[in-house]
Design a protein around this ligand. Structure first.
Ligand SMILES: [Zn+2]
Length: 355
């Protein structure tokens, strides 16, 4: 939520190409830029947040580049009365999942489709994503001298270690695609004091919202059960928004695939449900037909959120691929502006799923 510089630069470029910019109340680094009028209204999503302490190691600077260039390119082939070209500035994908708030604020209500491309080490047209919910857990005990009178204490750290073990034991019987990952953020202040407070953070993920709800319930039981077993107090807090699993629109994905072929981009896979992360575009895909393909910016395997990926994402080759990505988005969106029947079918697919 600190992307003021990125927002200012992207918006001034869009303004120079006759886009009008609207702010989003309550989200100072989000924006909605639009050109033209009426329907169809196609949203190109721009992410531009970096990772704290690491920088642009998820390539979001390339995402905003692709969507912004695509929108500007489209203005020269879609007349101002043939529909609306929109760029939605989506901050904080890595932290609070601001797209969930943009959905709640109704930004996508009037859109006919939404799309973006994520840089990666593979080109994949349909890559599913998992739900995600973040929880902080505090266990509260009683401090005492660890040697002189430990029996007067209640050890919050021991409780926390047991909670992690309980999660690991439960993991054996978790359904496919369920994930619980955690870190201990605080486990005491000195070794000669029985810790009266332990803090941890957990990420909970699942393949669909139903199994997500079951997993969250199971997690709550583990926290409550552990606190009870050690006579500790506990606090559980959700931080950020729930990220929904991506529900890609398959017809829109096929149109995107056609553009990949047109531009002779090598496709690694059309569909994958392997090696999944989470993204708040999932929330968007539940309210409007959406796609979130990936495009390879590296020659070999190189996972995001690493120093190596950050280096790759800042090479001249990455910026060349960013231009290709912009063309892919523009060509895909152009199909929707020029073929109303096609857009109707895409919307039907979405409607059938969510009605
Ligand atoms: Zn990312």
């Amino acid at each position: 939520m600190h992307e003021h510089e990125a927002k200012a630069r992207i918006c001034s470029l869009l303004k120079a190409h006759n886009f009008s910019i609207k702010d989003v109340r309550g989200l100072p680094t989000a924006f909605v830029a639009s050109y033209g009028k009426g329907r169809p209204r196609i949203a190109l999503l721009a992410e531009y947040d970096a990772l704290e302490g690491l920088g642009h190691a998820c390539g979001h600077h390339l995402i905003s580049g692709m969507s912004t260039l695509a929108a500007i390119g489209l203005t020269s082939i879609v007349g101002p009365s043939a529909g609306t070209i929109a760029v939605v500035g989506c901050p904080a994908e890595e932290t609070i999942g601001a797209k969930a708030l943009l959905v709640k604020k109704g930004v996508f209500k009037s859109m006919d489709a939404a799309m973006m491309i994520h840089p990666a080490d593979k080109t994949e047209v349909v890559k599913l994503s998992l739900s995600l919910e973040r929880f902080s857990v505090v266990l509260k005990g009683i401090s005492s001298h660890a040697s002189a009178n430990p029996w007067n204490g209640k050890n919050a750290l021991s409780g926390m270690l047991s909670l992690f073990q309980a999660i690991d034991v439960n993991r054996i019987t978790l359904p496919d695609g369920n994930r619980i990952n955690g870190i201990i953020k605080r486990g005491g202040s000195a070794a000669n004091i029985i810790p009266d407070r332990a803090e941890a953070e957990f990420f909970i993920r699942a393949k669909d919202l139903e199994s997500h709800a079951v997993l969250v319930k199971r997690f709550f039981t583990m926290v409550r059960g552990t606190a009870h077993a050690f006579s500790l107090g506990y606090e559980m807090k959700r931080s950020g928004n729930v990220y929904y699993p991506l529900e890609p629109n398959m017809q829109l994905a096929r149109i995107f695939e056609k553009q990949l072929k047109k531009l002779r981009v090598k496709v690694d896979r059309f569909f994958t449900d392997k090696e999944l992360g989470s993204s708040d575009i999932g929330n968007v895909s539940h309210v409007v037909p959406a796609i979130h393909p990936t495009i390879a910016i590296t020659g070999s395997s190189c996972p995001a959120h690493s120093e190596a990926f950050k280096r790759q994402a800042n090479k001249p080759a990455a910026y060349r691929i960013m231009r290709t990505g912009a063309m892919l988005l523009a060509l895909t969106a152009f199909e929707l502006y020029k073929n109303k029947a096609l857009l109707l079918n895409i919307k039907k697919e979405h409607y059938i799923k969510y009605s």
